[in-house]
Design a protein around this ligand. Structure first.
Ligand code: AMP
Ligand code: ZN
Length: 455
């Protein structure tokens, strides 16, 4: 059996066929670096990491490009609202350039903590202004643009299959765009010269005037530069389907006159208990560091995400994270129990695992196969070798696990905390947990007392 992936474009699961045998060009939409990524955003990057690892498992050579949006993204995806970077700069009384550097680093640190493999190429929008201008020039020559109110727009009425990714139903859309310069509701900005914001710091000279690119353009220009005018897979969260990815397709296919990307893949949202999506503008904006402060390691969050298919909404709750934490803890204990050298990967279980994750990244089933191996009649050495092999896809850090010696000071604090809990002195118990954390250890509660792990 080959690799099967759900393609948003066809609305079906398809057998994956690369353009060039044995190779895959993969583009994943990266963050707008005006704030920390929230754990919903990070669900997207975990899904894309699993996809990449499954492609590698299926012996494809993967060329992965991820962008960093540091210019042009307004608070609404369809050219309305404030400039996100300016908003971040104002909030923190820094320049947009400082904001970009700070949050790019914070994002990359988060990915590292989540065991997410680095892309082959990080592509920053502000490093590719020339390529974006060239693309507008091509669109201009082909008659897909118009200028109004100082901005250059893409004319969606010129493309016969505009909106095919999202099956946009034009009948049910509002006829009049909020931006009065637009000829059609779905038209979008390729180049802003009339900045709505006097303090716009990021501006470049161009044939269309001093200004900056619209958000969608960077992904088309940079993906094409590094992966070519026709490549294999493009990913993002489902919110990108109706606007961002629809517009990327429109401008790229208009410019190149042919199909741009073969497979479009999208993850569902991380949602909160009332069914709302986690968003940076909401009150419940959780970052990886907040989870860490609550005592959940980044890999607990990764395990939590792997437990649900990327195509289903995932409901966040602390209780669910506690169970993922317990499962991961149990997994680590079992791995340490059977850790050995010289084992062989079981063909039977490897095939089961590969079949599961190659069926549209069915990680819940992949995890189930992993747990089945522990209970199987394989010897411990072979169990260890087999599960370690699965971890190339799961990325739960099983290879480097080692038993840690707990310092006496940490044990002393842990005992004091146990006593505080028995006395129902929760505030002292919390303070002691913090002191233990400060020494680099996480403490959890068990039936018989406590459990200590290195953070
Ligand atoms: P942004 O930085 O807003 O461009 O978002 C980065 C990625 O996170 C995009 O692929 C979004 O589609 C995705 N995303 C945003 N919110 C959520 C959420 N609540 N759950 C899962 N993915 C999300
Ligand atoms: Zn993009």
């Amino acid at each position: 059996m080959g690799l099967i992936l759900y393609n948003t474009l066809s609305g079906e699961k398809e057998v994956f066929k690369p353009i060039v045998k044995g190779e895959v060009g993969l583009y994943t939409c990266g963050p707008t670096v005006y704030h920390y990524a929230h754990i919903g955003n990070l669900r997207s990057y975990i899904f894309e990491d699993v996809l990449k690892r499954v492609l590698l498992l299926n012996e494809f050579k993967v060329k992965h490009v991820m962008n960093i949006t540091d210019v042009g993204h307004l608070t609404s995806d369809s050219d309305e609202g404030e400039d996100k970077m300016l908003k971040g700069a104002r909030r923190e009384k820094k320049t947009v350039w400082e904001i970009a550097v700070f949050y790019t680093k914070a994002f990359q640190d988060d990915l590292k903590k989540l065991n997410i493999l680095n892309p082959n190429k990080w592509a920053k929008a502000t490093d590719h202004i020339k390529e974006q201008i060239s693309m507008i020039r091509v669109l201009e020559k082909k008659g897909f643009t118009y200028t109004a109110g100082g901005n250059v727009y893409f004319d969606t009425s010129k493309l016969k299959d505009y909106g095919k990714l999202a099956n946009l139903n034009f009948e049910s859309q509002a006829r009049v765009a909020k931006d009065k310069n637009k000829k059609n509701e779905h038209d979008f900005v390729l180049w802003f010269t009339k900045s709505k914001f006097d303090s716009q710091e990021m501006k470049w000279d161009s044939p269309f005037g001093m200004g900056y690119p619209g958000w969608h353009l960077e992904c088309s220009a940079m993906a094409t530069k590094y992966l070519g005018k026709h490549f294999d897979i493009h990913c993002g969260g489902i919110d990108h389907i109706p606007v961002h990815h629809t517009n990327e397709i429109a401008q790229s296919e208009a410019a190149f006159g042919k199909k741009w990307v073969n497979y479009w893949m999208h993850n569902e949202f991380l949602i909160l208990n009332k069914g709302e999506k986690m968003a940076k503008s909401g009150d419940n904006f959780l970052t990886l560091s907040v989870l860490e402060e609550k005592g959940f390691s980044p890999l607990v969050y990764r395990y939590f995400c792997l437990g649900t298919s990327y195509r289903n909404p995932l409901m966040y709750s602390e209780e669910a994270l506690v169970s993922s934490g317990n499962a991961l803890r149990k997994l680590h204990d079992k791995i340490l129990e059977i850790k050995s050298t010289g084992g062989k990967v079981s063909k039977k279980y490897f095939t089961e695992f590969r079949t599961a994750v190659s069926d549209d990244l069915n990680t819940p089933k992949g995890l189930a196969v992993m747990w089945e191996v522990f209970g199987s009649d394989l010897n411990d050495k072979d169990k260890y070798a087999t599960i370690l092999n699965f971890d190339y896809v799961l990325g739960l850090g099983l290879k480097g696990l080692k038993k840690e010696k707990i310092p006496a000071e940490v044990v002393k604090l842990a005992k004091e905390r146990l006593k505080a809990r028995m006395d129902k002195d929760w505030s002292r118990s919390d303070t002691l947990r913090e002191s233990i954390r400060a020494l680099g250890w996480d403490i959890g509660d068990t039936k018989d007392g406590y459990d200590l792990r290195k953070c």
